[in-house]
Design a protein. Structure first.
Length: 242
């Protein structure tokens, strides 16, 4: 086992309260592309910039184009949890990890068995009518030929936070409380460049921050351990000895 993996394993063993904060890189090993890497969504060529297509104003003014992009590039119904998701669920089961705070909308943490998951950007598994608030599933979205409509003819939208929209204040408060109580904060698969989500890191008061990310982040200087390997590979080795 790599030396940094041994250091992380020891840190986890001695920890009393671990919180995990993750981004798109957590799910790349499940076949879901991230946004900012060299082969991520933001480097691909589309009719409109990806950043524009995931904004609220674009959803309202170009709903058909939004859903074309959403169905093909933002939801992966066949994706399965990877070693990172299962390792975090196992740490929660052991009583080591108190919360998973995720920027992802893929529901893979829950599918792996994690219970206390705080979804900063909502969920791509939940949908509702903008007129009557009736709930719908992903299947309805995938089966729709164009813009998914409710029985009342209202537009169905995903329960995700789009650009230009505020994060759920209740989720923010729970995330701040969890991070503030943690003695170990493991940050994985995120560049920590997306605000306000990345700003939550500043509420960590402990001295044991772990960064598992392929590229540098603004918080590298604050980290006790920095690992540049894939997060599934890392946590799989540390938690399961794989």
């Amino acid at each position: 086992m790599k030396e940094k993996y041994i250091d992380l394993k020891e840190l986890i063993t001695n920890a009393g309260n671990i919180v995990f904060f993750g981004g798109a890189g957590v799910s790349t090993e499940s076949g879901i592309p991230d946004f900012r890497s060299t082969d991520g969504l933001y480097s691909m060529k589309f009719k409109y910039p990806p950043e524009t297509m995931v904004s609220y104003s674009f959803f309202i003014t170009h709903t058909s184009d939004f859903y074309e992009f959403f169905r093909t590039k933002l939801v992966y119904p066949d994706a399965k949890p990877n070693k990172a998701h299962y390792a975090l669920a196992e740490l929660e089961k052991q009583g080591k990890l108190s919360a998973v705070i995720t920027q992802n909308v893929d529901n893979l943490h829950q599918e792996a068995g994690s219970n206390n998951v705080l979804e900063l950007h909502g969920s791509g598994k939940r949908y509702y009518c903008m007129e009557c608030n009736k709930d719908y599933t992903l299947e309805t979205i995938l089966q729709a030929k164009d813009i998914p409509k409710c029985q009342c003819e209202g537009i169905i939208r995903p329960d995700v936070v789009l650009y230009e929209e505020a994060l759920d204040q209740n989720v923010i408060e729970k995330s701040i409380a969890a991070i503030g109580k943690a003695d170990v904060l493991i940050v994985g698969g995120t560049s920590l460049n997306v605000y306000p989500a990345a700003g939550l890191i500043r509420y960590f008061a402990g001295d044991s921050m772990v960064l598992i990310n392929k590229t540098e982040t603004p918080y590298d200087s604050s980290a006790k351990i920095i690992i540049r390997d894939p997060i599934g590979e890392t946590l799989g080795a540390v938690v399961f000895g794989e």
